[in-house]
Design a protein around this ligand. Structure first.
Ligand SMILES: [Zn+2]
Ligand SMILES: [Zn+2]
Length: 353
């Protein structure tokens, strides 16, 4: 094929095939990006397992690349050779939320790269005109390489979801879930000034990965061995935690976490729950009498990417320490195996096409 490109194609759930497919040509307003790096994420795992449907054969939404070609009429400020990260979310552009650049809350429902448009597990990706017009290509500074650039997407989601939690000077934050998202959320809480950050998980293997990476957490608590409620009561003198960030998709944890909170505390329901299993009874009087605050989280927009960029370039978050594994695109299957194996020691796995 003259203008071919290698891509990891999802033809049927659970079965990725590497194929040489036609390289797209950018039409009016579109941009062709050469993918330099695209990271695997927990959502990809659900897509690959057939648990989450997508409408395109190429997934991957944590993308950094170089502009290879521009269609006609692309907005000024973008040129061939520029290195960019990609905002995943595309809004309608004219509802009240989009007009204030909160496309993640688009009232018509946003679409996303890697779900509704082909994603980054490919040598090239076509960025749709609506995304280009919306400012979804975010230039990378020289000091940020492509693999670090892939962290902007997941980090920006944490920055968005935790935006309204006052971490500065906060005493004690608990994060439930020791995957990449829980880790990033813990690092954001720490970077924003939380004094003590404790990570809770039921898998010792995942906690051991965090310990091995020497991440700046104060406690790694194995919930399968230690009762978290008793541990928290002991460690906080009975006060409770100032904030709990639920970063695991298990609905019963929401009701379980609520009593762990101190008066005036914050609960972030960061993890989405399975759509057909998301109803959970909780004690409303805990929220009422303790004056607790609840926070949702749904993807991110450009301002969150820009704050993520600042956190990574200033060194307030050491992103490089989170990237444990790199694979070429032709070893995509091996990368997925590594990411899915809890005993592999992998945290963030990046594909470098
Ligand atoms: Zn992701
Ligand atoms: Zn909209």
């Amino acid at each position: 094929m003259k203008n071919g490109m290698l891509a990891a194609m999802l033809r049927t759930p659970g079965a990725i095939t590497l194929e040489n497919v036609e390289r797209p040509d950018p039409g009016p307003g579109e941009i062709l990006l050469k993918v330099e790096a695209c990271a695997l994420c927990g959502t990809d795992k659900r897509v690959l397992a057939g648990q989450k449907p997508v409408s395109v054969p190429i997934i991957g939404h944590e993308i950094a690349g170089t502009i290879a070609a521009l269609g006609q009429g692309v907005r000024p400020g973008l040129a061939a050779g520029m290195r960019c990260a990609v905002q995943t979310v595309i809004g309608c552009g004219d509802c009240p939320m989009c007009l204030v650049h909160r496309e993640n809350l688009c009232e018509r429902g946003f679409t996303a790269i890697g779900y509704a448009y082909n994603g980054g597990f490919s040598e090239y990706i076509l960025i749709p005109a609506a995304a280009v017009a919306q400012g979804c290509l975010i230039p990378l500074p020289n000091m940020m390489d492509a693999e670090l650039g892939t962290l902007l997407e997941p980090l920006s989601c944490g920055i968005n979801g935790l935006r309204d939690i006052p971490f500065a000077g906060m005493g004690h934050v608990g994060v439930v879930g020791a995957g990449v998202i829980g880790t990033l959320n813990g690092l954001i809480a720490r970077a924003r000034g939380a004094k003590r950050v404790s990570i809770f998980n039921r898998s010792q293997g995942k906690l051991d990965v965090l310990a091995g990476l020497r991440l700046p957490f104060d406690d790694l608590v194995n919930m399968a061995v230690t009762d978290p409620a008793a541990w928290i009561a002991g460690e906080t003198g009975g006060r409770g935690l100032d904030c709990v960030i639920l970063s695991a998709s298990e609905k019963s944890l929401a009701g379980r976490c609520l009593p762990w909170l101190a008066r005036g505390g914050h609960l972030s329901l960061f993890a989405g729950m399975p759509k057909d299993d998301c109803v959970e009874p909780i004690d409303l009087n805990l929220i009422h009498y303790r004056e607790l605050h609840l926070h949702g989280a749904n993807s991110s927009v450009r301002r969150d990417y820009e704050e993520a960029m600042e956190m990574l370039t200033s060194g307030r978050i050491d992103g490089k320490s989170l990237i444990t594994d790199r694979f070429p695109l032709k070893e995509f299957a091996a990368a997925v195996r590594k990411q899915n194996d809890p005993a592999s020691g992998a945290l963030k796995v990046v594909i470098l096409p």
